[in-house]
Design a protein around this ligand. Structure first.
Ligand SMILES: *[C@@H]1O[C@H](CO)[C@@H](O)[C@H](O)[C@H]1NC(C)=O
Ligand SMILES: *[C@@H]1O[C@H](CO)[C@@H](O)[C@H](O)[C@H]1NC(C)=O
Ligand SMILES: *[C@@H]1O[C@H](CO)[C@@H](O)[C@H](O)[C@H]1NC(C)=O
Ligand SMILES: *[C@@H]1O[C@H](CO)[C@@H](O)[C@H](O)[C@H]1NC(C)=O
Ligand SMILES: *[C@@H]1O[C@H](CO)[C@@H](O)[C@H](O)[C@H]1NC(C)=O
Length: 445
């Protein structure tokens, strides 16, 4: 490089990346050579990686002292810089109280977790005004969370019925939440033992979760793996989810969600809903769940709605799902109820265009359970290549039940085992009232 070129380069850096060249006591900076990039100016030269290690911000890293303020300070620094990386180094543990890491940031931020973030384990050390979540990303765009480390919610006390009753708290925290955010990548990390939901996205779009591990004991209550609400354009892939509740839960306002190559179980399977609680409106569409394994779970793939809701669930595909020792592999339940008794209400969310394709393996209670609303039948429900055999390990004392389809219309084709699946659906039609109701649902959604 000619000397004058070098000067030009430095000049451009100063001109276009004023933040990165301000000397920082915290940031270790690696400016890329601008040799190749001198004429692409801002975009390339600002991609220099600037690492903000939480240790440089004075974190104690002993897993006992509260490092929350240090985390927030490191976040703010990384957020201000184009291409900043917030680093949680390996072989260290950081105790973090509930924090909000807020955007928008200058540009793409990387949150590199190689060590462990620990939540407070005693319920009493959570402030009562902040029980919704532990680590809350809010209004962030273009962020990547990655690394070989872990986010550990230490939720044991929240799961114990006596302790959480003593605290008399209805709300339990989600471990990692993204709120009103976009273009988010979460990969490689482990999220475990959340008090409740592990990873939640709400009011967001553009989400990719890959190669993530989510772990909680099979008997921990309400510990959903990944929870989506009012979120669209989502891909969840190559991940392993073992929890006490739904591996993935898709709530109202979600569309264009693609889930594949997931290993799920123990837990309650992959589900859409419960939708329409307290007569609310719910809309879910364009969901694909495919090429996944579900084992030792209560349910496999499921749609659940409460009585009395309004709205529409449509264009849902469950394809190439291998189940093993699953009580109810294929479920639509429009009588969802979390108590022992809920009375039947008039009105229901409509369900249409649902494909169950290549669902194979073993079940331990009932191969298919489609309990559609009395008022609005489920229509265009397709069953193809369903091959489910009794598991060698049925629930103790339980008897196998025949396939059940109530008020469900559609087509079956391909191989169907057990044979009761074959006559389960009513042939397409569904009566004249359906179109009218569907029009209403379409208008709502
Ligand atoms: C975020 O990334 C997307 C896709 O890479 C890009 O189109 C968008 O401009 C970026 N937004 C910001 C705020 O950097
Ligand atoms: C998945 O994540 C682990 C770290 O948890 C990493 O070692 C591995 O390389 C990742 N695999 C892929 C394919 O990225
Ligand atoms: C159904 O959903 C899939 C996946 O999101 C999408 O590709 C397809 O276009 C949708 N079909 C219709 C008819 O909307
Ligand atoms: C609700 O309606 C369904 C379908 O008609 C019926 O099987 C069920 O017993 C009813 N439940 C109650 C609590 O009335
Ligand atoms: C269901 O199968 C029928 C007949 O094979 C087909 O016309 C329809 O498009 C299928 N619907 C869905 C949602 O897959």
């Amino acid at each position: 490089m000619k000397p004058n070129m070098k000067h030009l380069c430095v000049f451009l850096l100063v001109l276009f990346c004023p933040v990165t060249v301000i000397p920082s006591v915290y940031g270790r900076k690696f400016h890329r050579s601008c040799k190749k990039h001198h004429n692409s100016r801002y975009s390339e030269s600002c991609k220099s990686t600037t690492i903000f290690n939480i240790l440089s911000f004075g974190a104690k890293a002993n897993g006992v002292s509260d490092d929350s303020k240090k985390l927030v300070a490191a976040w703010k620094a990384a957020c201000k810089v184009g291409g900043g990386t917030l680093q949680i180094p390996s072989d260290h543990k950081f105790l973090i109280k509930p924090v909000t890491l807020q955007g928008p940031c200058m540009a793409h931020v990387v949150f590199q977790i190689d060590g462990t973030l620990l939540a407070p384990s005693k319920i009493g050390s959570w402030s009562k005004s902040n029980l919704y979540q532990w680590i809350n990303f809010k209004w962030v765009q273009n962020i990547t969370i990655q690394g070989s480390g872990a986010i550990d919610g230490q939720g044991y006390n929240w799961w114990a019925p006596i302790e959480s009753k003593q605290a008399s708290l209805d709300i339990k925290p989600t471990a990692l939440r993204f709120y009103a955010s976009e273009d988010i990548v979460v990969r490689d990390i482990t999220i475990k033992n959340s008090p409740q939901v592990h990873l939640k996205f709400d009011n967001s779009h553009g989400v990719k979760v890959s190669n993530v591990t989510v772990l909680a004991p099979g008997n921990s209550p309400n510990t959903d793996g990944i929870h989506l609400q009012n979120t669209r354009d989502v891909e969840i892939l190559h991940s392993n989810i073992e929890t006490g509740d739904d591996c993935v839960s898709i709530q109202t306002g979600c569309s264009n969600v693609h889930i594949h190559h997931i290993n799920c179980g123990p837990g309650h399977g992959i589900s859409i809903g419960g939708l329409g609680k307290d007569k609310s409106i719910a809309c879910v569409s364009d969901i694909v769940v495919e090429n996944s394994n579900i084992q030792d779970t209560l349910y496999g793939v499921r749609i659940k709605t409460w009585q009395g809701g309004l709205g529409l669930v449509k264009n849902i595909t469950f394809s190439n799902i291998q189940v093993a020792n699953v009580n109810f592999p294929i479920v639509i339940n429009q009588y969802y109820c979390d108590k022992s008794f809920c009375k039947n209400e008039t009105g229901s969310i409509a369900i249409k265009e649902v494909m169950f394709d290549k669902i194979t393996g073993s079940y331990s209670t009932q191969p298919i359970h489609l309990a559609c609303s009395k008022d609005i039948p489920c229509t265009e429900i397709n069953l193809s290549d369903i091959q489910l055999n009794p598991s060698r390990r049925p629930l103790e004392g339980s008897q196998l039940q025949q396939a059940l389809c109530y008020n469900s219309y559609g087509y079956s084709n391909g191989q169907l085992v057990p044979s009761s699946v074959n006559y389960c659906l009513k042939k397409e039609g569904g009566g004249g009232s359906v179109n009218q109701i569907s029009t209403l649902s379409n208008e709502l959604c």
